[in-house]
Write a protein that binds this ligand. Sequence first.
Ligand code: FAD
Length: 457
Amino acid sequence: MPAFDAIVIGTGQAGPTLAHRLAGAGMRVAIIERHRFGGTCVNTGCTPTKTLVASAYAARLAHRAGEYGVSISGDISVDMKKVKARKDYVLGFSTRGVERGLRSNPKITVYQGHAHFSSPGSVAVGSETLSAPKIFLNVGGRASIPPIPGLEQVSYFTNSSLLDIEAVPKHLIIVGGSYIGVEFAQVFRRFGAKVSIIEAAPRLIAREDADTSAAIANILGREDIALYLRAKDLTVAKRGEDIIASLEANGVSSEIAGSHLLIAVGRRPNTDDLGLDKAGVATDAKGFIGVNDRLETNVPGIWALGDCNGKGAFTHTAFNDGEIVAANLIDGKARRVSDRIVAFNLYTDPPLGRIGMTEAEVRKSGRKALMATMAMENVSRAFEKGETLGFMKILVDAETRQVVGASILGVGGDEVIHVLLTLMYAKAPYEVMQRAVYIHPTVSELLPSMLGRLKPL
Ligand SMILES: Cc1cc2nc3c(=O)[nH]c(=O)nc-3n(C[C@H](O)[C@H](O)[C@H](O)COP(=O)(O)OP(=O)(O)OC[C@H]3O[C@@H](n4cnc5c(N)ncnc54)[C@H](O)[C@@H]3O)c2cc1C
């Protein structure tokens, strides 16, 4: 049985960097990957979707060129084969880079195949069984497929398979109006598909504040994306070439005839086939591996990092998990998951940058708070760019005067939000930002003036 100091299962966003850190500390490390190096982010998540978002933005801008005084003669069309080739080119760099980096490290042995526990200290992969006193699980997740009547009779796409289509769908029906569904909806609409979103909740991205959901619905509505909210009794069937979705939405019976169907209702952890019972590792009812603040599972010597522990659902949180484990294990520094501030972007156009608490969460917490909002049409940079949709919102604790949450739905919002995130990590009172002189014309320059508008919540 090959013996190592550490085994890492999965080459997602935490595993490879952690493997290099462990190897750098002198350990002999085995890393196991059953599919593509780099995991979801690189192959079927962030990287490919953001290349599509970029292609979709180019298509949209081409259609809007006249608004900027630019004439384009001839038809504007989207070549999905070229869009896909560009996507594959970009992600190829990352996936090859991850694999090359691991294989070229003399302290790391790469295994390809499905890994599962044989016992708390040993893992089987193919015909081999490896052992190590330290095992790190970075197995990520996959699209969850709900039990929709008729689904087994139609062909449907997930976030992975939809990335490989080579023609623009005539009519894409998307089941799920949260982050992934909304990004795909705008992208494919901009490529020229008719798009319908079916969402069971009363609003899109229902974890966000109601005003954010409404603004996103407005943005999608302006691009003629059809929304079916409060959807229930959904069934799907094949009729000729079409996929028919029958449902009740907002109390009205509807039938949608589409050419393609995307299921985007959430993600589930890849923990059902890991043999966790052989190791005694505990999960919650949804299959997420239970961990403490240092990402240790209930079994000494086994850690869980990234999406599979349910402590985050993002590349940056998975990567940070690796940093936390390395800091505690190698650097002798006490780093904790609970020190992390919620932060993520929704890559619609305009994008939504989100940090900390929502307004609804602040209200629910009962703390004394202040809030300021500003429409993007009051931001001169947005006006100059002709991209005035959206709004900004900042929430401040009335006693500590520290920012507790913010959202920027608007041009550049995905980048600008980091100014506020840094202020939060610094635990600085908002007055620090108010006195700073920001560069004109930018979206960021409006943040100090917004703080002058803070009012009790
Ligand atoms: C469509 C989409 C868009 C996204 N966009 C963004 C975004 O813009 N920004 C962002 O921050 N996040 C985004 N995410 C989320 C992000 O991709 C994930 O949070 C991130 O990839 C999680 O990384 P991870 O390391 O936990 O796992 P993963 O990246 O999923 O990696 C897990 C790896 O483990 C391997 N594996 C699993 N089980 C086994 C086993 N038993 N044996 C061997 N190998 C195994 C898998 O093959 C995989 O390679 C997006 C996700 C999706 C689906």
